[in-house]
Design a protein around this ligand. Sequence first.
Ligand SMILES: [Zn+2]
Length: 208
Amino acid sequence: MIRETFPVGLLGCNTTILGDETSREAIVVDPGYEIPRILAALARHQLTVKQIVITHAHIDHIASAQTLKQITGAPILYNKADLPLVAIMDTQAAWFGLEAPTVLPPDHSPADSERITVKGIDAEVLHTPGHTQGSLCLYLPAEKLLLAGDTLFAGGIGRTDLPGGNDAQIIASIEDRLLPLPAETIVVPGHGPDTTIAREAATNPFLT
Ligand SMILES: [Zn+2]
């Protein structure tokens, strides 16, 4: 599998491209900003976007989803429990002094444990509320890879002081859904460097 992760925009949201080497089909996760750079990476790998997945509806993760959909025709998937955050996109933009992007309801709201697939790639949705009510992680068992959004970071967890955030819930999501994954699973957080489940289970100060 092809995987490319790079930070985009002022807030450094990690965008990840997952591509199958045979079918050339791809999933783009969290296309927050820098569409030209995302399109260049897709072209370099000769990939066609079939699914656009948003880990949660914070502006830095979702801002350019609609633009990418218009260009590629791929549907946008995120959990509808984040629609209250979409409704305050103007406020979210004001928090960071950004322009409010056009954000629409999802084409599909994936359920917990639902599989999101393109030819050659099979990802499982883990609903992990706490950073936001709709927060989801994508787990690729064949790759032992977790795209964690803003639920789990290297040495940290997502903030819970924004609307829809809940302290106890994010800890429960991590402990119940993420820590049971294979220890060697590579974790790609929504911001910052990669880590592993083993490392976070052993050293993350927010997890006991
Ligand atoms: Zn966030």
